[in-house]
Design a protein around this ligand. Structure first.
Ligand code: KG4
Ligand code: ZN
Length: 351
């Protein structure tokens, strides 16, 4: 099935054309075209994403990316060789989501192709499939870690999700971004914190700071990251001036605390559910090197569990994962898919 996929839920505009065949647990995924324009430089000065600026940029970028992706895939914009258009419906920023949906529906009308709304988090889950050479075995546990989500999801079978743990306040990616802002490192914070933290680990300098691990001992699988961010803020406020080494030490102490909680809750979820065969980790924070190292060590304790991570370019937002999630949802052909009237849903849940 040839799919044109569109992603505009936050600050990346992305379009991909995929050719996917085969069973859902082990599809053959060919990426025929894939382009992305990041708006990071535009939102950077505001310290976070500004929804209406994102909308304006998506509107500007979508036609450019469409031409580019079609060209890469060897098609033309009059009658491209695709069967279905997939577009992110939510969760995300509604003004940004609407831009993608309107664009997708116009293309659907122009080309007489069905349009399908896709859940962005389902995209993050299946972003691991291009890397899963042996296929994906269910039931699986997914740890979803992004700018808006921190969730543990049990995937019993395809299209059957149960959220067994989630953040009660900030998402872990949001905490990375806020701590980076406190340290004056800019947006998005994840990669910047991660770089400083690993430099500090490699330097051999002592680690004299320890931040709290919120909810690490709570009797559930929930998370909380707002207190950790506040602990960093207080630490920085009590320092008169702050050197580069001290920034790196804070970044490392923060990353240690943030990752410890993710690992401990995931460990507990795996321990209490012996049926789980796969651990999927998706969302922007899954690009974090330290988290990946800790996950590799974690699954060594569970020999019956295979760890699935996305490749670096599919960890953060992209359109390839939206196309794959559409394929997973395709069920029996495209007849059942509504081609118009898709509604953006900022809080869309996995169901
Ligand atoms: O999935 P994503 O691209 O967008 C959302 O759906 O939110 O995730 C973006 C988040 C940001 O908070 C960003 O700081 C974080 O992922 N991130 C990272 C890394 N790369 C991106 N966090 C930690 N370490 C990284 N290397
Ligand atoms: Zn995302």
């Amino acid at each position: 099935m040839r799919i044109l996929a569109i992603e505009t839920s936050c600050d990346e505009t992305a379009i991909a054309i995929l050719d996917i065949t085969g069973p859902r647990e082990k599809p053959d995924i060919k990426i025929l075209g894939n382009s992305l324009l990041s708006q990071i430089h535009i939102h950077e000065e505001y310290g976070g994403v500004v929804p209406n600026l994102a909308k304006r940029e998506h509107q500007k970028n979508l036609p450019i990316l469409l031409e580019k992706t079609l060209k890469e895939a060897g098609g033309n914009s009059e009658s491209p060789d695709i069967e279905i258009i997939a577009v992110t419906q939510g969760p995300g920023l509604e003004p940004a989501l609407w831009t993608g949906i309107t664009f997708a529906e116009e293309l659907g009308k122009r080309w007489s192709k069905p349009v399908m709304g896709v859940n962005h988090m389902e995209g993050h889950i299946f972003s691991v499939l291009p890397n899963a050479s042996e296929g994906l075995k269910l039931p699986a546990l997914a740890l979803l870690v992004s700018g808006g989500h921190t969730e543990l999801v049990r995937i019993k079978e395809f299209e059957s999700y149960e959220i067994i743990g989630k953040t009660r306040d900030d998402a872990v990616g949001e905490a990375f971004d806020k701590v980076a802002r406190i340290l004056g490192l800019g947006y998005p914070g994840g990669p910047k914190i991660s770089k400083l933290a690993s430099e500090h680990r490699a330097s051999g300098l002592p680690l004299n700071i320890k931040f709290p691990r919120p909810m690490i001992s709570s009797n559930d699988l929930d998370f909380s990251y707002s207190g950790l961010k506040t602990a960093v803020l207080y630490k920085v406020k009590e320092m008169v001036s702050i050197t580069k080494d001290q920034k790196a030490e804070i970044a490392r102490a923060f990353e240690d605390a943030a990752v410890d909680v993710l690992i401990e809750k995931t460990r507990r979820a795996l321990e209490t559910d012996e049926e789980v065969k796969s651990l999927i980790v998706g969302g922007g924070v899954s690009a974090n090197k330290f988290l990946k190292e800790r996950l590799v060590k974690l699954v060594e304790l569970f020999p019956h569990v295979t760890l699935h991570l996305p490749s670096q370019n599919l960890a953060t937002d992209n359109a390839v994962m939206i196309g794959i999630a559409a394929y997973i949802r395709r069920n029996t052909g495209t007849d059942h898919i509504a081609s118009t009237g898709i509604k953006a849903s900022g809080n869309l849940k996995l169901s």
